[in-house]
Design a protein around this ligand. Sequence first.
Ligand code: AHR
Length: 506
Amino acid sequence: MKAAVTAHSKYTISDIDPRLYGSFIEHLGRAVYTGIYEPDHPAADENGMRRDVIDLVRELKVPIVRYPGGNFVSAYNWEDGIGPKESRPTRLDLAWHTSESNQVGIHEFAEWCAAANTEMMLAVNLGSRGLDDARNFLEYVNHPCGSEWSDKRRTNGRAEPWGVKLWCLGNEMDGPWQIGHKSADEYGRLAHETAKAMRAFDSSLELVVCGSSNAHMPTYPEWEATVLDHTYDEVDYISLHMYFENRGKNTANYLARSIELDNYIGTVAGVIAYIKAKKRSTKDIYISFDEWNVWYHSKERDKATLAGAHGWPHAPALLEDDYNFEDVLQVGCILNTFINRADVVKIACLAQLVNVIAPIMTVPGGPAWRQTIFYPYYFASVFGRGTALKLHVDSPTYRVDGLGDVPYLDVSAVHDADQKAITFFIVNRHHTETLDLDVRLIEFGALTIVDDQVLAHSDINVTNTAKRPDNVVPRKGDGAVASDGRLGARIPPLSYRMIRLQGLLS
Ligand code: AHR
């Protein structure tokens, strides 16, 4: 099977906002407790944070981490997580039917972010609470001193404000499962007024309003139109979420679902354009795809806890998907979609980062290790910085009901002009056939291959485990050739490949 790609240095989609490779930590399951925070762990730092986990997060170069939820935020009192730890209350978390000890709050999370070399993206509770708590939280986090909440922060040990710029106005407010679920009009009004108040404090904030929880919500895409009609002038991003499953064990259909993701992004981009035109606005709004991942392996296992069969446990194992090799390909295709839509998707958060549907897993008291999906995320985050290229792709296709013709070749490319580098992220969706890839590289000058990494495995169901964390690891690709403005490579069936080329030093 052959596929041809043309890349031209002048044919670009957009500069990539580095925050396209963000992630997410929610007070859910073991993400926080025994995930990032485990004071008794041998690798714990002076704040009780696991250094082994911090090292893996640094390796991923995660630019931002959304916090503290998720569904959790919609009944969260942020004040529960400040002040002396021994006086913090334990609360029942209604979203996940667990107990929250509040031993980690904004101070601990901020310190963890500094250690992990990442920025905070904070969410305010617009479910059980509203504008007043949002503005108080903002004052606590961002005001230097001389007001009730900023002085409390100083008393609690942090003199300097954290200066968080990116704020989510609630979470999945279209979802009937959400505490404080609202209609689009109710939410739109509240989000508008909250945004206005937050902007009155600091007009340079970046605000994210909730879009749909997924493209199958009955309110989609009218939700986006109504919410943006209320909030267009006050917000900068609309958030979207999407999770992927392969319950039917049909790999071809599963891997085609990034086409659905692409359609979802396209539709919401259309709604944004519609409201912009309706308001005669000159301002642009972008998409913050702040929850995405594969999520289905753990759902059966979690049912009892979520139904309350185990009472209100603290930090139980929840949403601990064991990712297989097939998921590597899916995550590779999703990341390619974001890169190819970098003109409208500026922020995206892999949900989540540690233990909960996560690339990084931990054993309490034991090691931290990389799941299979760690690797495509790593390659995109580390090497996908620069300008997304508009590729012309000519690939054989297969038919999927509802999605049309799906190319076997899924590809994106990023040009890093400073490094004189182009990186291709490639997935071969074909089950059995190798893909002969021929790329024409126009106006890039002489290039040489500087890195070539392949993820392939004979068993698509293989997983990494704490005992065998190296079942799926990248290996060096071979046989790729770059010369005379062309790159040739053979892409094995059902495989992921990253090829990085760089300008020849003269
Ligand atoms: O990431 C897990 C959950 O998925 C989040 O809490 C929620 O926002 C979404 O439904």
